[in-house]
Ligand binder design. Structure first.
Ligand code: URA
Length: 234
């Protein structure tokens, strides 16, 4: 890969600024000043750009505990997005895998691995997603049965889903769905005559929200988490 492309992928600066700085001698590769922006690299060299050592990664994977009030998008002209919360040096092509509503909190995988994202979101893979949910009225076995059967919404009938009502709090539950349609959980409860007042995603496939992450915090996936989630969609 070209040196200027590699630096651009890691979002160090605009391509033209990068070229200028490379030509000025502000970049070293394995300790040597390199002035040609088209220099071919493997990505495993020690690169220092304007005094900052950088680690190149072809793919990056972050687990974010999404807070409310932030959009699940890569970019937005007016509103803050989940990518704006990743404040460490990162690849410029990161995106969230799927969408949580603006007011939904919890687990969100952020990566630039399009293939993995595609597999996790593919409708035929039925990757399980579980949520903690609080609604505005008590739930009972009729709701559990309705979820188990699949709920008829205006435009489609949901796949069977699992509703586990909390023993000590009847308006709270863990819901597991096997698809990910727009506003699916809110619409399922609405169809049962209840409104969701709080929604938090806990799991996606084998990936579990790290409860030590406060809302708005993120961390890289561990190698084990990454291997497990990749395994779960092959
Ligand atoms: N279902 C919803 O209704 N909202 C979400 O954010 C996720 C699942």
């Amino acid at each position: 890969m070209r040196l200027d492309k590699l630096l651009s992928d890691m979002d160090m600066a605009s391509r033209s600024e990068l070229k200028k700085n490379i030509r000025k001698g502000l970049v070293t590769v394995n300790g040597e000043i390199v002035k040609d922006p088209s220099t071919a690299l493997n990505g495993d060299e020690k690169i220092v750009y304007c005094g900052e050592e950088l680690t190149y990664s072809e793919f990056e994977y972050f687990m974010l505990n999404k807070p409310a009030g932030v959009l699940s998008a890569s970019m937005d002209k007016k509103q803050k997005t989940v990518i704006d919360l990743i404040d460490c040096r990162h690849r410029k092509d990161l995106f969230p895998v799927g969408r949580l509503d603006k007011d939904t909190v919890g687990l969100l995988l952020i990566t630039n691995d399009g293939q993995l994202a595609h597999e996790l979101l593919a409708p035929n893979k039925h990757v399980d997603k579980s949520y903690f949910v609080r609604v505005d009225a008590d739930l009972d076995e009729n709701d559990t049965a309705a979820f188990e059967k699949g709920i008829e919404l205006e435009d489609f009938t949901t796949l069977p889903a699992k509703l586990e009502i909390k023993a000590d709090s009847k308006n709270e539950a863990i819901v597991t769905i096997h698809e990910g349609k727009f506003h699916e959980i809110k619409r399922m409860f609405h169809a049962c005559g209840k409104e969701v007042v709080y929604l938090k995603r806990l799991t996606m496939g084998s990936l579990k929200l790290d409860e030590s992450l406060k809302e708005g915090e993120y961390r890289k996936l561990t190698e084990e988490e990454l291997a497990d989630i990749k395994k779960s969609v092959v």
